[in-house]
Ligand binder design. Structure first.
Ligand SMILES: [Ca+2]
Ligand SMILES: [Ca+2]
Length: 246
């Protein structure tokens, strides 16, 4: 009987420790201008980086309202079961600004700051997760939008804040860091795209990934809570760190 109990405990332990496998489709450590992306304005590489970032890198890029990067394609693996995560530190709390936009104003998913709050916009269809999280100037935080089985989940520092249906129109062939690709001329794929909503602040570790349906786990996120958050989380936070993949 004791042996049986041990086996059961072991099985529970193994189940408890297992979590989803993610596949990286794009990663930019922001230690310089991201390779392969078009540069707009003059983003500044700084020696300021979030202490908790998984990459261990020591640099990030700062943009101040007229700088951004655009990839002429979209790294998302499909219409669902994907995630976009980024470390960011806001320098301003004004406007309607895009931290990371996968797609264009015609379709896709974006992490958006409105005033002092952050949320997830389903491009072309309204908010997937209305702006719910209060941003504080000068603090690094990890933000993630994860489309998980048709639901968009919004995480801050690895903690699920809110979620909503993924009603985004089909993802357009664009990916922008620090702004949104606003397709002009009334149709997607215009030869002369313009941009809107340039963000103000520092950006690090931009990561896009996919996963098998039902296999995502918050422990897959590249977020280690900052010390202040850790205190709030207590032992729960510590167990989160232990479970984090490397
Ligand atoms: Ca970096
Ligand atoms: Ca600038």
């Amino acid at each position: 009987m004791e042996k049986m109990k041990s086996v059961v405990m072991l099985v529970l332990l193994v189940v408890g420790m297992s979590y989803g496998t993610i596949t990286t489709t794009a990663y930019y450590n922001m230690d310089g201008n991201p390779a392969g992306m078009d540069v707009y304005g003059t983003p500044t590489v700084t020696g300021d980086a979030p202490a908790g970032a998984g990459s261990g890198s020591t640099a990030s890029v700062n943009v101040d309202g007229d700088d951004w990067y655009n990839l002429g394609s979209n790294p998302l693996p499909g219409a669902d079961n994907y995630g976009i995560e980024v470390w960011a530190k806001a320098d301003a709390l004004d406007g309607f600004n895009f931290l990371v936009a996968a797609g264009t104003n015609y379709g896709g998913i974006s992490l958006v700051q409105v005033g002092n709050q952050m949320g997830v916009l389903a491009q072309g269809a309204g908010w997937a997760v209305p702006v719910v999280y209060d941003i504080v100037i000068g603090e690094w935080h990890h933000y993630a939008a994860v489309s998980n089985g048709g639901t968009v989940e919004f995480y801050v520092d690895g903690i699920l804040i809110d979620s909503g249906a993924n009603n985004a129109k089909p993802i357009q062939d664009s990916f922008t860091i620090g702004a949104n690709d606003k397709v002009d001329g009334g149709s997607a794929g215009s030869a002369t795209p313009t941009f809107e909503g340039a963000w103000k602040g520092s950006i690090d570790d931009v990561h896009v990934f996919g996963f098998e349906a039902g296999q995502f786990d918050a422990a897959d996120l590249n977020s280690i809570p900052e010390p202040a958050t850790l205190c709030l989380l207590g032992l729960g936070g510590l167990s989160l760190i232990r479970r984090k993949r490397n």
